[in-house]
Design a protein around this ligand. Sequence first.
Ligand code: CA
Length: 467
Amino acid sequence: MKNKQPNILFIMTDDHAAHAMSCYGSKVNTTPQMDRLADMGARFDNCFCTNSICAPSRAVILSGKHSHLNGVKTLEDGFDGRQQNLPKILKAHGYQTSIIGKWHLGHGGNYDPTGFDYWNIFHGQGDYINPKLYDMGELKQHIGYATDIVTDLTIDWIKNRDEEKPFFMMCHHKAPHRHWVPDEKHKDMYEDVEIPVPDTFNDTYEGRSDAVKFNLMKIEELTEFDLKQPFPEGLTDAELKHWKYQRYMKDYLKCIASVDDNIGRLLDFLEAEGLIEDTIVVYTSDQGFFLGDHGWFDKRYMLEESLRMPFLMSYPRAIKPGTVINELVSNLDFAETFLDYAGIEIPEDMQGRSFRTIAEGEVPEDWGNTLYYRYWVYEGEHGVSPHYGIRTLDYKLICYLKEARDFNGVCLKEVEDKEWPQWELFDLRTDSEELRNVYDDPAYQTVVEELKEKLYALKAQYQDYED
Ligand SMILES: [Ca+2]
């Protein structure tokens, strides 16, 4: 019997950190439907992004190439649709392809989605309530909540597909992106609950780079607009920080609760249609997020909470239920993995590698377990320094290249006279919270040398020639 090409349902949210999923050991919420998907297939515990920010991560997933080659290094860059991408290749090999929900890679000209038989996408970030979507370019008003609407449209498209062909569907939610607007159904969740603060909530950044000591994404910097109500008066600084954290996290987690329900709807639908056996179902997020960790919200840094992508993948025909994967994979590998499952040759200029055999229990001997990371934004509202680095299973070496600049290109005053670059090394075996920078520790000098060599070798291998 001819091997059937699997359907691929790729569900992705925006800014959902793995440590807000119960299958990843969350201390702040439960996600029964995500856990259900994890139980059905594989949970990847070391999946990372190559550049922890929205549009760039999406472009890496579409292209299988690092940001400097796919052209999307920052939020300002659109994805030029004339280049090779995953849906184009799948479509050329018999797939029906579709994207619904968040695109965030530009509009019009060469920036509308290409390679998709059908696309229906938010304008820019999209709205949580009554969003407008471009249905193949035509702007249409929808009534309701974005997460429900994207799921409804996804189910409709799958129902009405050509059943003779396999499908590739990218179902991209806006949630739980800032400004975290919950729906009616979940608005009273966590009402009388105190969300526990993370261990690093009051991090003092001692011994670490100026690039983490100073930025514009501290919990204290959340605004009344973010938190949707006036700040209470008469609180101490510490009390106000705690109050902001509670407001922030409750809205964030309510948005995730709606995503979880809707993943349940999709799984129920696939089961009812008899599609679940023949469909690869992925749940992931474009990057992680700081949930008060190190005293921050947002992402960007190469630190664990922001670097890690949740990644769940079920495919009952090949992946055993309850599989847990420790190998290091990244969003650079997704396109290659899907092409592998579809039996399509992987183009040589893609820079990742299929992790199909790993998902199925067999690790290639030469699997590198090494990630090259680069955050390119030189100025922006979050004031994070550009940096690159390398992560292995045991260590992380980060090079902060220069001082952070704000949205107007003005240098943060705390860092304007500092010397750059500044380095950090973390021993993840003993310091998973990344609090102890051992870059200057004499005991680690051999490790520093080896990792630097590896870092520059990878930088060259990936054709990143910029200093
Ligand atoms: Ca994002």
